[in-house]
Design a protein around this ligand. Structure first.
Ligand code: CTP
Length: 401
């Protein structure tokens, strides 16, 4: 089957080599569509790239006609791989930081398709800490790299920074398309394949009588998003959910429960697992007795509500004989978030605690700002959607497993 590459040509002297790359790919049965950045068009013309690909060359976001609206999303979806060659320091920086200010960077931000970068720049720019930081970030986000090579540079200097030769880039493209594990930065599409994940989500509901219960405002959104993100990474996921109104995530086995006791039983039944993510807002207490009949309002003032402690599911699984290799708890706090989360991590016997400040609108909202507390320190993530946070957490889980 013919494979399609979306080739982003950045603004560097090496851009002329990308025309040879198009030819090289086409010899190998791989078609290309080109996005030429503003800088790229200083070095090669849309006409030459278009003549070689036989396709219209896209040059800027705002030139897309109405029919091609959302074109950048569509563009990246129709490609099997995105290749950025030459990947300039500027393009790498913008991609690493999610800057979307032209068609190329917007496409890179909007895509789920794997990206192969062929960096090309002056040796000092390549060796600059900022560039190396950006490259590390992109690798972390799943990008692949080919080159740069060492050699004489157009600027008269010698060193690493020269774009890889077109046939080497074409080899890397083929390797990426075939899933060749020796490729720099190669990562399986489904790295959690063969791994089992257990996730709890939502509130628990602790009944007092047939019509009344104790519960909380947890919407289940964060836990459901994590279950989905882990399934997307190939894990076999069991989601033990308290009562929420969300549909079951695709490809996830969902077990609905009401109480903490039921939730614990369902979790234990789902073991063994490689990772346990305890997102549920489990009620710490339950009414000591549940009456079968609705209790009537006492005539002489309110009756005391007697409570007993619920099992701690996270702690139970953290101490379990079948303890998952990675146990992750959540800490919803309204103050002293990190201090309390650190203590909670130790108390509950888990590897990581995901702390979040619920003093705002996190519960029930669509966004979350997480702090990952591990034994070697904390990592604060910016506020993002719950699904973006879930995908980021899933990537961290991939690394840890
Ligand atoms: N948790 C659990 N079972 C419980 C209570 C909590 O599995 N009975 C889990 C939650 O899923 C979460 C973590 O423990 O991963 C932290 O829950 P939280 O309610 O914030 O902590 P508590 O231990 O209840 O402490 P506190 O209420 O004092 O903050």
């Amino acid at each position: 089957m013919t494979k399609h590459v979306l080739l982003i040509i950045g603004g560097g002297i090496a851009a002329y080599k990308s025309l040879f790359l198009i030819r090289e790919l086409s010899k190998r049965g791989i078609t290309s569509k080109v996005i030429l950045t503003k800088g790229g068009s200083q070095f090669v013309t849309p006409l030459s790239a278009g003549a070689l690909t036989g396709e219209t060359v896209l040059t800027d976001l705002w030139e897309l006609d109405e029919q091609a609206e959302m074109g950048h999303i569509e563009l990246s979806r129709s490609a099997d791989l995105i290749v950025v060659a030459p990947a300039t320091a500027n393009l790498l920086a913008r991609a690493a930081h999610g800057v979307a200010d032209d068609l190329a960077s917007t496409t890179l931000l909007a895509t789920d398709t794997r990206v192969l970068y062929a960096p090309a720049m002056n040796v000092r720019m390549w060796e600059a800490e900022a560039t190396q930081r950006n490259v590390a970030q992109l690798r972390d986000d799943g990008a692949m790299f080919v080159g740069p090579d060492a050699g004489d540079m157009a600027c008269g200097e010698f060193g690493e920074g020269r774009m890889a030769e077109p046939d080497a880039i074409a080899d890397a493209v083929e390797a990426a398309l075939m899933g060749d594990t020796s490729l720099d930065g190669w990562r399986a599409d489904k790295p959690l394949q063969g791994k089992r994940a257990l996730v709890t989500a939502g509130p628990t509901r602790e009944p007092m009588d047939p019509v009344r219960y104790l519960s909380n405002h947890s919407s289940g959104k964060q836990g459901y998003a994590i279950a989905q993100a882990l399934a997307d990474q190939g894990a076999e996921v069991t989601l033990v959910s308290g009562p929420v109104t969300l549909p079951a995530p695709m490809g996830v086995t969902r077990v609905m429960v009401e109480t903490a006791v039921e939730m614990l039983a369902a979790c234990e039944a789902a073991l063994p697992a490689d990772v346990f993510v305890s997102v549920a807002a489990v009620a710490d207490w339950r009414p000591a007795a549940r009456t079968d009949k609705k209790t009537k309002k006492p005539k002489d003032g309110p009756a005391p509500l007697e409570l007993v402690e619920n099992p701690d599911i996270l702690k139970t699984l953290g101490d379990h004989k079948e303890r998952p290799a990675l146990v992750i708890g959540f800490a919803a706090e309204t103050h002293e978030v990190v201090t309390l989360a650190r203590a909670k991590r130790l108390r509950k016997g888990c590897d990581w605690i995901v702390a979040n400040d619920v003093s705002g609108d996190v519960m029930g909202g669509d966004q979350n700002a997480m702090i990952i507390v591990r034994d070697d320190g904390e990592d604060s993530w910016p506020r993002m959607t719950k699904s973006a946070a879930a995908r980021k957490l899933a990537r961290e889980i991939v690394k840890a497993l």
